[in-house]
Design a protein around this ligand. Structure first.
Ligand code: ATP
Length: 353
């Protein structure tokens, strides 16, 4: 177990700067998730930590060791890849124990560790099978088992669930989290799937263009996004973000308290989550009327796609199915002031710090 520190880390591929200057402190035993759009640098950050990619600037520390120039095998990290990288001709037990065999661990010790890991992962009845004789989810566990027996300081995972179907992904998310907690290891996990990040992480690193946009617990990131990028990236369905000027001209009624706030700050965009719009008619809320363009049935709720005041922006509202409007209906909705996100011209959240 160990903490991890990125200290002024930079990375260039030729002239292409992927990570400008990044500082990050991952705590011992923490489950940390790097999330962000394709190409934002998640995998590069992970590979630099694993020693599979050199740094162009800065240092990386694992515990008390400056590992910046250390070879991967001396870093005591274990990486689980998207494609599992299992040896097809070896049994599950041989795959799990391969790293130990290479290291020269005696056979009896090896067997014990393999059996312990297999029991933890609930694959102890599959030890004599070959990878082609087990399911995708089971293969994923074997890859995990191979990492566990090495007893690394840090586990690194790059989109390990992306080859699984939706139901299995869901199940494995909970299992991985459970295993990490039982082992008490530091886990660094890369995904572009913000739901995965929200459900698994102790803290999330939201990245864009190689820069940390926000570092925080899932709750902090969801409830207090620091800027427009984080607000629009995290949360399903996505937050509605509209230029305030455009809204004002299109029949939004605001309470005095909000008008006061706008007078003091330069509000450029306003944001509100589809689930935070209600049909209740109360005081202290922002009110707007939406022309229903499309109604998507999600089961308990419907997602209404609509337009504010004719020419206004598009918005999405999550409404209980029993209150669902029909296409073309006008829908009067309210948003409580506490659920509103305000952004300045640069996209920074107003009043979030
Ligand atoms: P994805 O979610 O698509 O895997 P990512 O956030 O993991 O994306 P990286 O794989 O870290 O992104 O890539 C970051 C940037 O660095 C991209 O613009 C990519 O094209 C570039 N890049 C990555 N590896 C190399 C390389 N070996 N040579 C040149 N450019 C690279």
């Amino acid at each position: 177990m160990a903490e991890v520190k990125y200290h002024h880390v930079g990375k260039k591929f030729g002239e292409h700067e992927v990570i400008p200057d990044l500082d990050l402190h991952i705590k011992d035993g923490e489950f940390i998730v790097y999330v962000g759009p394709s190409g934002c640098g998640k995998t590069t950050l992970l590979r630099m930590l694993a020693g599979l990619e050199t740094l162009s600037a800065g240092q990386i520390w694992i515990g008390d060791n400056n590992v910046t120039n250390m070879s991967p095998k001396h870093r005591n990290v274990a990486m689980v890849f998207q494609n599992y990288a299992l040896y097809p001709h070896m049994t599950v037990a041989e795959n799990i124990g391969f790293g130990l065999m290479v290291r020269g661990t005696p056979k009896s010790d090896r067997r014990k560790k393999i059996e312990q890991a297999a029991a933890l992962l609930d694959i102890d009845n599959l030890l004599d099978r070959k990878p082609k004789e087990i399911s995708g989810g089971q293969r994923q566990r074997v890859a995990m088992g191979r990492a566990i027996v090495r007893e690394p300081d840090v586990f690194l995972m790059d989109e390990p669930l992306s080859n699984l179907d939706a139901q299995l992904r869901h199940q494995m998310r909970a299992e991985l989290r459970n295993i990490q907690q039982r082992l008490g290891v530091t886990m660094v996990y890369v995904t572009h799937d913000q739901v995965e990040a929200m459900t698994m992480a102790d803290r999330i690193v939201v990245l864009d263009k190689g820069q940390i946009q926000q570092l925080g617990t899932p709750r902090e990131i969801f409830q207090k996004p620091k800027n427009r990028f984080v607000a629009s990236f995290i949360g399903t369905p996505h937050m509605n973000i509209l230029p305030w000027e455009q809204c004002r001209g299109h029949g939004i009624t605001v309470p005095d308290a909000f008008q006061d706030l706008c007078n003091h700050h330069h509000v450029y965009d306003i944001g509100f989550r589809p689930a935070d719009m209600t049909l209740a008619d109360e005081d202290g809320v922002i009110k707007l009327t939406i022309k229903t363009l499309l109604v998507e049935n999600l089961g308990n709720d419907v997602l209404v796609h609509g337009q504010i005041g004719g020419e206004g922006g598009h918005v999405r509202a999550l409404i209980p199915t029993e209150q669902a409007p029909s296409q073309g209906d006008e829908l009067a909705v309210a948003i409580s002031l506490s659920k509103l996100h305000l952004f300045d011209e640069k996209g920074e959240a107003i009043g979030s710090s």
